[in-house]
Design a protein around this ligand. Structure first.
Ligand SMILES: C[S@@+](CC[C@H](N)C(=O)[O-])C[C@H]1O[C@@H](n2cnc3c(N)ncnc32)[C@H](O)[C@@H]1O
Length: 402
């Protein structure tokens, strides 16, 4: 990534993505789709721009400190910020005017080394939260969450095997390697585009972090079961569950956003997952109507996203801190209310893409204390520092009585 010459257009597009996120308040995913829309960019260009925009946002406060500009950033100061990023990574472009001499840059960098949280791109509120919640574990997680995310795919076992997928991808110019302890996962080890391949069109894989694949496995579904994925979103975990059910049994994917369920349906069609039914949650009645009906329930609840900051660094610079209490209430509500859909002896998995105990074990412990008909069997956190994956938490809960 370092030492390259970027064209005017490439540099301007990096700035445009940063502007969307930092000035217009867009999520990073939304910023990419807005900035790339209508441009006939090569996939290698898109990868390059995303890689630099992501890296810039992962350590935004550090680059801002080196550039001596304040956050939230004013539009007129974006250039100075990007100039520092370019200079630190030895990038050049006719569109970017380097403003500091090398000795000024080195002096500022040396001064800032005494602030390790800043060097890891961690805002102050998050550093305080991480220390409170994770104590001595936090510095390693903080550093791991500032790393560039790896790319993983999940082999769709409804259509292929992990080995067959790896060789077909190799024929399509995509190199990959197996992932220890996650049988369906392949790590993609070059920058080739995944979504213009025949194997993608044929539904042989989905892009999905290996940690997310682990969470879907915990649900331990069997063909023929009645399974509910109640916060299904676009269906990342739904599709993994469908493959484990081998097309047998019923899988109900629910969410409060119809557009996400519509996306899920399209993905399910490509994946050949025919046992998925989608249902919009419009009120508490949607849940009540199917009380005690499921052998398995997955509650992949809305969360802070503080485990997936590598991929979504924009989370650090928006309103996440102020949303934490609202999210906690929603998580407790979903766990308390949606658990009613589980049959006696059924298994519920509560999951988040956060590594903070307040959203995780604390929620689960409160729930099982208030509802003795449920029992915590086992829980675990997928730590980014130990796995290199995104951070997740899961808890396996059994219903032992009505
Ligand atoms: C962490 S995301 C789910 C990600 C998805 N399971 C996946 O693996 O791709 C949480 C989802 O919960 C949904 N959600 C928010 N409030 C909800 C509610 N009250 N009931 C059900 N789903 C809700 C959001 O729309 C979002 O899609």
């Amino acid at each position: 990534m370092s030492g390259a010459m970027l064209s005017v257009e490439q540099a301007e597009l990096i700035i445009a993505v940063a502007e969307q996120v930092l000035i217009d308040g867009a999520t990073l995913d939304r910023a990419y789709s807005k900035v790339f829309a209508g441009k006939r960019l090569a996939s290698s260009d898109q990868a390059l721009i995303s890689s630099h925009a992501g890296a810039l946002l992962r350590k935004l406060n550090y680059y801002a400190a080196v550039a001596e500009v304040n956050l939230p950033i004013a539009p007129a100061q974006l250039q100075s910020l990007v100039a520092v990023y370019f200079q630190l990574h030895q990038l050049r472009s006719p569109a970017i005017r380097i403003q500091l001499s090398d000795s000024q840059l080195n002096e500022r960098v040396a001064q800032l080394q005494q602030y390790p949280a800043l060097v890891d791109g961690c805002p102050e509120w998050l550093d305080i939260l991480g220390q409170q919640q994770l104590a001595e574990r936090w510095p390693a997680e903080r550093a791991a969450l500032a790393a560039e995310p790896k790319r993983y795919v999940r082999a769709n076992l409804l259509k292929t095997t992990t080995d067959k997928l790896a060789s077909r991808l190799a024929n399509e110019g995509i190199s990959s390697q197996a992932v220890v302890n996650v049988a369906t996962a392949l790590e993609i080890t070059n920058n080739a585009s995944l979504f213009r391949t025949e194997s993608y069109n044929d539904g042989w894989f989905e892009q999905q972090d290996a940690g997310s694949q682990m969470v879907a496995e915990v649900l331990d579904v069997k063909p023929g079961m009645r399974v509910i994925d109640a916060c299904a979103g676009n269906g990342g975990k739904t599709l993994a569950i469908a493959a484990m059910m081998q097309g047998k049994g019923r899988l109900l994917a629910m969410d409060v956003e119809q557009w996400k369920l519509d996306n899920l349906k399209k993905r399910a069609k490509r994946a050949g997952a025919h046992n998925i039914e989608t249902r919009l949650i419009t009120s508490s009645k949607t849940i009540k109507r199917i009380a005690m009906s499921a052998d398995r329930v997955l509650l992949d609840v809305p969360c802070s996203g503080l485990g997936v900051l590598k991929r979504h660094p924009d989370t650090k610079w928006g309103d996440t801190e102020s949303r934490l209490p609202v999210l906690a209430e929603l998580q407790a509500h979903i766990l308390g209310s949606y658990s009613r859909m589980l049959k006696v002896d059924g298994i519920l998995v509560y999951a988040t893409c956060s590594i903070m105990p307040s959203e995780n074990r604390a929620q689960v412990q409160r729930f099982v204390t208030e509802k003795p008909q449920f029992e915590l069997i086992e829980d675990s956190t997928v730590w980014p520092s130990e796995t290199g994956f995104d951070g997740f938490y899961w808890a396996k809960i059994k219903r032992i009585a009505e």
